[in-house]
Design a protein. Structure first.
Ligand code: MG
Length: 407
């Protein structure tokens, strides 16, 4: 049986700010994105702010209304990355198999390192102590230990802050009976909404639901995975960045609502496709180097060309600009039916932050923050000002019939 440990930093960005500025300790703190004023969403809250009822989905203005003493601090992602890297290198001193799950979470496979859960528990206490002595005395993390990633992550959620929770055969059934399905990583609020009407509220309910019944409401693969989740079964390995399986390519294409004659009409589609591809790359923590554009004409003939950059990217704007160059130099004589973009020549991006220049790190953080907002509120809720210029240019095309289709 495997032994997996999951570490999750508590109220991370807010605690990191309290770590670096003792004046903020013990006070309600809200970390917000830079420069967007009172309507910015609270990116992170200190324990004290959460106690006052402030929630992460609130705007700074709402937070201030509820808690007039709240101190708003601008997010400093360089600081958070710097702290995270120190935590991750502590984890890597125990096992080479560390999977960085997000900026403040990681899985550690201790299967070959520990003989039993008790030994893993000692390592967990050691990690907590080293976090305080080597990284910052105000920082805390919650640790979960179990026999797979699903249960280890669930365990770390159980006790905050500074928790240490073990899920093994002694308490597994209790946990399954008392854990609401929306707490399971991979189910979340969206899938839960589809499960509640079926009378499925806890993991145990899910485990006891007939697979055939689940197949009525979900595709067979999803149904099987859901049932396994309910039982606390998970075979996913802990994947250090150097073992991440790579897809061969990422691509998107779009068939226009009607055939268009002007290639400028294809630009706005291209912009959206480039952003979509870039977002998928970033989600998969992958960078690509070869960008391939293809255009399909009304008669189903097509044109395609690719360019290989000297560096790797997952930036939608850059991918768009390469695509634009390709399309601009080609003379079209037929109406365009569809546009596609794909990117190949891929590598993992997880290992690169340390090698980036400060301005690249900043750009990455802007992209990351806008991804988080777009994940929550839908594509293109937020985009960079540099894209607005392109958007304007695209929208000012004299024949703007399809103005609002893509943007
Ligand atoms: Mg956390």
């Amino acid at each position: 049986m495997k032994i997996i440990l999951h570490v999750d930093m508590n109220s991370y960005f807010a605690t990191a700010e309290q770590q670096s500025n003792p004046f903020l300790r013990g006070k309600p703190v809200c970390v917000a994105g830079k420069g967007s004023g009172e309507r910015t969403i609270c990116a992170a809250l200190s324990v004290e702010a959460k106690k006052m009822g402030v929630k992460g989905i609130m705007s700074v203005w709402e937070a201030r209304n509820l808690c007039p003493d709240i101190i708003v601090v601008a997010a400093d992602f360089n600081k958070y990355q710097f702290i995270s890297r120190q935590l991750f290198s502590i984890l890597e001193s125990y096992s080479p198999n560390v999977e960085i799950f997000s900026i403040d979470e990681a899985f550690v496979d201790l299967t070959r390192i520990c003989k039993n859960i008790e030994e893993a528990q000692n390592i967990a206490l050691d990690i907590k102590a080293r976090l305080k002595s080597e990284v910052g005395d105000y920082l805390t993390c919650s640790i979960g230990i179990s026999h797979n990633k699903l249960l280890a992550k669930l365990a770390s959620e159980k006790q905050k802050p500074d928790g240490l929770t073990i899920i093994d055969k002694n308490n597994l059934n209790d946990i399954l009976a008392t854990t609401p399905i929306e707490d399971v990583c991979g189910i979340g609020p969206r899938l839960s909404k589809r499960l509640y009407p079926l009378g499925i509220k806890s993991m145990q309910d899910l485990a006891q639901t007939n697979l055939q019944r689940l197949t009525h409401f979900f595709n067979p693969r999803q149904a099987k995975i859901l049932k396994m989740m309910g039982q606390g079964i998970d075979y996913e390995p802990v994947l250090p960045y150097w073992q991440f399986p790579l897809e061969k390519s990422y691509g998107h294409s779009y068939t226009l609502p009607k055939n268009v004659f002007k290639k400028e009409e294809a630009f706005k589609v291209l912009l959206k496709l480039a952003e979509k591809v870039a977002r998928r790359l970033r989600k998969a923590k992958v960078l690509g180097r070869t960008i391939h554009i293809y255009i399909r004409f009304f008669d189903f003939t097509s044109y395609g060309e690719q360019t290989t950059l000297t560096h790797f990217t997952n930036d939608g704007l850059e991918i768009y600009q390469v695509g634009l160059k390709i399309i601009t130099k080609y003379h079209f004589s037929k109406p365009i039916r569809a546009v596609g973009i794909s990117i190949t020549n891929l590598k993992n991006s997880v290992d690169t932050p340390a090698l980036l220049l400060p301005e690249d790190i900043k750009n990455n953080e802007v992209i990351k923050a806008s991804d988080a907002i777009n994940d929550r509120y839908g594509e293109f809720t937020l985009f960079r000002a540099s894209l607005t210029k392109i958007k304007d240019k695209v929208q000012n095309i004299p024949d703007g019939r399809n103005k609002r289709i893509m943007l």
